[in-house]
Design a protein around this ligand. Structure first.
Ligand SMILES: Cc1cc2nc3c(=O)[nH]c(=O)nc-3n(C[C@H](O)[C@H](O)[C@H](O)COP(=O)(O)O)c2cc1C
Length: 158
């Protein structure tokens, strides 16, 4: 919901937005033996989309004080070189120089903020620029109206 609300706010501000749901990508758990048999088509599709966009907003819940295995797995695949594919032999190609905003949401009070402190060094390692303003939405279960918009103006402003 936070990702969708953020996309709507960014579009209203004039940005061209591509909204990705990781559930729409058929990406298995990373395993180098599996990769040796061929990189899944949806990994290539994701690499292309990430590469085409100069800035990203990553929006994630928090599991056990960190970001999710789904997000880590997705980043691992997206940053892995594709052997025999000249376009994607450079694993860092999709990541290098991107400007990335981090958002999280949680039913808890901290809004998944701790997940961002783990995600930040991973993104820096991938040579991304982190937007200085991050946003963690606490009590997320009551933060949206029936249309999926953020209720509080202060949240929309952040
Ligand atoms: C394994 C697991 C660990 C969790 N750990 C945290 C946590 O550390 N902090 C937090 O705020 N919420 C935590 N939660 C609650 C999630 O914020 C909540 O389930 C949220 O709805 C997850 O989003 P999702 O349904 O999109 O996966 C955890 C949930 C699960 C399933």
């Amino acid at each position: 919901k936070l990702a969708h609300a953020t996309a709507a706010i960014a579009r209203d501000a004039g940005a061209t937005v591509t909204l990705l749901e990781l559930s729409e990508f058929d990406i298995p758990l990373y395993n180098a033996d599996l990769e040796a048999q061929g990189t899944p088509a949806d990994v290539i599709r994701l690499k292309e989309i990430l590469w085409q966009h100069p800035a990203w907003v990553i929006c994630s819940p928090e599991y056990n004080g960190s970001y999710t295995a789904l997000l880590k797995n997705t980043i691992d695949w997206a940053s892995s070189p594709v052997k025999g594919n000249p376009d994607w032999q450079d694993g860092g190609k999709s990541f290098r120089g991107k400007v990335v905003g981090m958002l999280s949401a949680s039913p808890g009070a901290l809004g998944g903020l701790r997940s961002q402190s783990h995600l930040a060094p991973l993104l820096i390692n991938a040579e991304c620029w982190l937007a200085p303003k991050a946003f963690a939405l606490g009590s997320a279960g009551s933060a949206f109206d029936d249309s999926g918009a953020l209720i509080q103006q202060a949240h929309r402003d952040r």
